[in-house]
Ligand binder design. Structure first.
Ligand SMILES: Cc1ncc(COP(=O)(O)O)c(C=O)c1O
Length: 396
């Protein structure tokens, strides 16, 4: 890993005012409160907790989550898993389909890499072809090439489509057939079901989310019942995100929570009607930006959509004590246009520093090499650490 640049290292210990803009900043106090709330929630419900590291792509934060009680992490990509293993994380679930033989060879190599550390790699599948390709890669990794090969086993979750319409086989017989197929291969261990409902996460109303997850639970129950009738034990059902975790947790069916966004909480999630049982997660990720141009009816800041993702909407301008009420409009790659929000006439001054809450944290993080960790607040705080986005651009 290359050393941090001198200017980044020199920031540690300095006041937040000295962070150059635009910059991705983590309010570490808020993030740690979110982490504590999640750990407490999982403990209270007696559930395993495996946060999705696609959010932060950071070895440092993955270690923090494991120290707080997470059983390991989820990743979406083989390359993310490799980066995490290289950083010392050895319990990883690739909650996604991997099909290319070259990638599967890398996945199998990871099972070899974590075996001496008592680690475990897991993966999702949703096709017979995917199972046979995975089995082939695992067999080759066990027998081929270099010495010191171990007879490693990969945990395999059958993904069922519980309503998102993305990956996953239909709940029921198709999933049973996959589980039976997995059991034919000594290097594969059927570990349970992946039942993640991505679409339900951002349904705004509690009732809508409740109904969506009730259907997901029914789909899991049906599939589990059919599997058990064939003598297949479903050891674990894994899934859920920040938007619905209270519902899966209360279902008595899910055993593992994959939520990731709760660590940073984006502007989009803040629009969900809060379920009364939902832990109070706070915004902890911000883009610090500076006003570089002012006009009679608007101001311009130096953070555009190269600083934050816009797939889930434009960022919100954080209002300290509700004083500066501004709306953010798209100004292109490097600019944001600021206008007074309804009921306000105030515009910021040239040189003012502002904080944006990204619409969607995961792709925002992937735009940055580092996150700057701050304690004691965004106004008077101090830079405490530089958090590398180790998996930035790890797409394969
Ligand atoms: C398979 C899977 N699990 C869990 C998550 C985490 O969800 P969230 O970041 O909304 O908490 C995601 C997010 O897209 C996902 O794709």
């Amino acid at each position: 890993m290359s050393p941090l640049s001198a200017s980044l290292s020199a920031l540690i210990g300095q006041p937040v005012q000295n962070i150059d803009t635009p910059a991705l900043v983590v309010d570490l106090d808020a993030m740690n409160r979110n982490l504590g709330r999640m750990a407490e929630f999982a403990k209270k419900h007696g559930l395993r907790w495996r946060p999705h590291a696609k959010l932060h792509k950071s070895v440092q934060l993955a270690k923090l989550q494991i120290a707080a009680g997470a059983v390991g992490i989820c990743v979406q990509k083989t390359a993310e898993a490799e980066i995490m293993v290289a950083g010392g994380i050895n319990n990883i679930y690739i909650s996604n389909q991997v099909i290319a033989p070259g990638k599967l060879a890398r996945v199998a190599a990871l099972t070899q890499a974590v075996a001496p550390l008592s680690g475990q790699i897991a993966i999702a599948v949703d096709s017979i072809e995917g199972v046979s390709r995975l089995a082939q890669a695992m067999t080759e990794a066990r027998t081929g090439g270099a010495r010191n090969k171990t007879a490693t086993v990969i945990d395999v979750f059958v993904e069922i489509d519980v309503g998102q319409g993305r990956c996953g086989v239909a709940p029921g017989e198709e999933a049973v057939a996959l589980a039976l197929e997995i059991r034919k291969h000594p290097a594969l261990r059927f570990a349970g079901l992946q039942a993640y409902h991505g679409k339900a996460q951002h349904l705004r109303g509690v009732q809508e989310r409740d109904e969506a997850i009730a259907e997901a639970v029914d789909a899991v129950l049906l599939t589990r019942h059919l599997m058990e009738a064939q003598g297949i034990k479903v050891a674990l059902v894994t899934g859920t995100g920040t938007g619905t975790l209270v519902l899966e947790a209360a279902s008595g069916v899910y055993g593992e929570l994959q939520a990731g966004s709760f660590m940073f909480m984006d502007a989009d999630y803040a629009q969900n009607e809060r379920h009364p049982a939902q832990p109070k997660f706070e915004h902890a990720l911000f883009v610090k930006t500076q006003v570089i141009s002012t006009h009679a009816d608007h101001a311009v800041c130096d953070a555009g959509h190269k600083s934050h993702a816009i797939d889930s909407g434009l960022p919100l301008v954080y209002a300290f004590d509700n004083q500066s009420v501004l709306d953010y409009f798209n100004g292109g790659d490097e600019h944001g246009i600021l206008r007074p929000a309804a009921g306000s006439t105030r515009l910021p001054k040239l040189g003012d520093l502002l904080w944006l809450i990204p619409g969607h944290c995961d792709p925002t993080v992937n735009l940055h090499n580092v996150m700057i960790g701050v304690t004691d607040g965004l106004r008077h705080g101090t830079v405490q650490s530089i958090i590398r986005v180790d998996g930035r651009g790890a797409m394969t």
